[in-house]
Design a protein. Sequence first.
Lengths: 301, 301
Amino acid sequence: MKLPPLNALRVFLVAAEHHSFTKAGETLHLTQGAVSRHIQTLEAHYGLPLFVRQARGLTLTPEGVALFPAVRDAFSRIEAASEAISRRSRELRVKASPSIASRWVLPRFTQFRNRYPDLMVSLVTVTGFDPNFKSREYDISFQACETQEPGLIYHRLRGARFVPVASPDLFKDKPRPTMAQFMEYPLLHPSHEDQFWSQWFALSGMNPGNSIEAYAFDTLDLAITAASRGMGITLAEESMIADDLANGTLVQLSDVALVTSWAYYLIYPQELATLPSVIAFRDWALAEFSDTPPAPAGSAQ
Amino acid sequence: MKLPPLNALRVFLVAAEHHSFTKAGETLHLTQGAVSRHIQTLEAHYGLPLFVRQARGLTLTPEGVALFPAVRDAFSRIEAASEAISRRSRELRVKASPSIASRWVLPRFTQFRNRYPDLMVSLVTVTGFDPNFKSREYDISFQACETQEPGLIYHRLRGARFVPVASPDLFKDKPRPTMAQFMEYPLLHPSHEDQFWSQWFALSGMNPGNSIEAYAFDTLDLAITAASRGMGITLAEESMIADDLANGTLVQLSDVALVTSWAYYLIYPQELATLPSVIAFRDWALAEFSDTPPAPAGSAQ
DNA sequence: GTTTACCATGCATAAAATTCATGGAGCAAT
DNA sequence: ATTGCTCCATGAATTTTATGCATGGTAAAC
C-alpha cells in the first residue's frame, strides 16, 4: 500500500475546491507558496500534473478531476468517524436515584463541572436500574446493590448506614428524646418494603411495639425532607444528611447505626472504562464519596 | 473541517491491523518509538485513548474500533483513485495504420521504450480511424488526414511524398528504367482508390496509356513489400522506405515526387494533453518523424 | 503599455518526525 | 519469588519536512 502524501492531498482538496492556490492558502492558514509546494509534491508523487495553471484561474486536469471526489469522500469519512468518537468523549451522562441525585450528587456537581468545563455532564434521575446499561441512556451510575453483573465495573463507594434524625423544631423546648421516647413521635419510614425501624430497634435491644409505621415514603430523600420539616423522626442514610446536620436542619438522635448488607457503588460498562470522561468522573466520585481512601486509579473494588 | 493528523491516522491503521506498534513500525519502516509517538499524537487530538496497552498484546478501545473501518475505507478509496490515475500515466496506447506501424513506428519503437522503460507502450494497428477517440482504444494516433476535428490536438509530422521504387533484382543486368520505360514493368498501385500513378505521370509530363493498373494493394506497406520482392515498380511514401533504400532492398527510380494534399499527423484528445506519457511520446515522435524542426513544446500546428 | 492577478521558486527558518538509547510494566516459566 | 522476555513509553539529539518571505515570471485585462 503506497499512499500519496496525505497532507498534500488535503491541500489539493482545498485548492481544487477554490480553483486557486491563493485562496486555498487563506483557508488553510498557509501562504500561497506553501500550497504551491504541496501540489508540486503531489504531482511529483503521481508523476503527472493535477492542475492546469492558466493566467485566468486554475483548472483540474482529468487526473485531478478523477482524484478529487475520492479525496473528498475519504476525508469526509474520516471526519464523520472522528466527530462521532470525539462527541462521545465530551459527553457524560450520570445516572442516580432521586435520593442520591439530590443528596449526594447535585450538591457537589458544580464542583465537578468547574473542574472539567469542556465536559457536558448531565444527570439522569430515574428510579429503576438497567443492570446492563443496555438502554444506553446513561454512561455511569450511582447504585445501591448487592450482586455484580459481568461486563460492568463496580467501584464500592460506601456501605449504607442508617441513623435516626429529626428536625430540632420537632422538640421545641423539650429535651431531645432518648431511644425509648422515639415512639412518642411519628416515625417516618424511608421505604415501603424494608423494615428499617424494626431492625434498628432490634439493634438497640428494644421492642418498638405497634407504633412502628406512621408514614412510609417512596425514597430515602423524601423521608429526610419530611423529617427536616418536622413531621417526625426518620432513619436517614448517613451520607445524605451531612449538609442538614451541619446547618442544623436536622439533628442526629443516636449514634446507633443500622448497617445494611448492601452498599453504594459507582458502576459503568467495561467498554467505557477507557473514556477520559468516565475516568475523570470516577476518580472524582471516589475521592468525594468514598468512605475509604481512594483506590489506585483503574482498580475495581 | 478539522481533520485529525493524517499521517498519524495512517500509522494508527497499520498498528490496529498488526495489534502491535513494533510490527507496525516494521511495516512502515519506522521504529517502534515513532509509531508510539504517532499514536500519542492521535490520542491527544481526540482526547481519548485508541489502544489498550496490555503486556500481552495491544487492543483497540471502542473508540479505536469505531475509527478503524472509517480510516481503512478512506485510505483504500484514496489508494484506488491513486492507482487509477497512476496507471493512466504509465500506459500509452499508440494507434497507427498498418503501413505506418510497420514502416515508421516499429523500427524506432524500441528506442522509445528504452528511453522510457517504466512506460508500458503498446501499438494498436487498425485500419479505420475513430476521429474522436471515442472508443478509447488508443491514446494517440498517427494519422494521415486533411481536416481537423475540435477537441483533438494535431501535430503535423510531414507531407506525403510518393516516389517510384523497385527492387534492384527486377532489372537483373539491365540498366534501370527511365520514366518512359516504367511501363515495361508491372506498376504496383498502393491504393485501390487514389490514382497515384496517373498523377505521378502527369507530374512528369507523360501519358502512361493503358498499362496503368497492374496490381493494386490495400495498403502502402503491401505495395512496398511487393516491390521489394521484385514484383514491379511502386510509388512509395518517402518516409516509409528509408531503411529499404539504405540496405539496397529497394532503389529509387526518379527524383520526381508526387506531393499529395494531405499530410501525416500525430493526433490525441485535448484532455490527454497533460499526461506526461502523451507529452513524452509526442515530443519524441515530433523529433523523430517530422520533416520540420520540432515545434516548441505544447504548441499544436 | 501598464496593471493586475496568479502561480513558481530560492533561501532562510520554524516545526515535525524520527532515531537512539533507556526505562518500566506485565506475563510466563523456573 | 525471581528471572527473562516482550512490549510500549519517553528524553534528548538529529534529520527531515513544511512554511514563510520576498521575488520573479506570465498571461489576461484595462
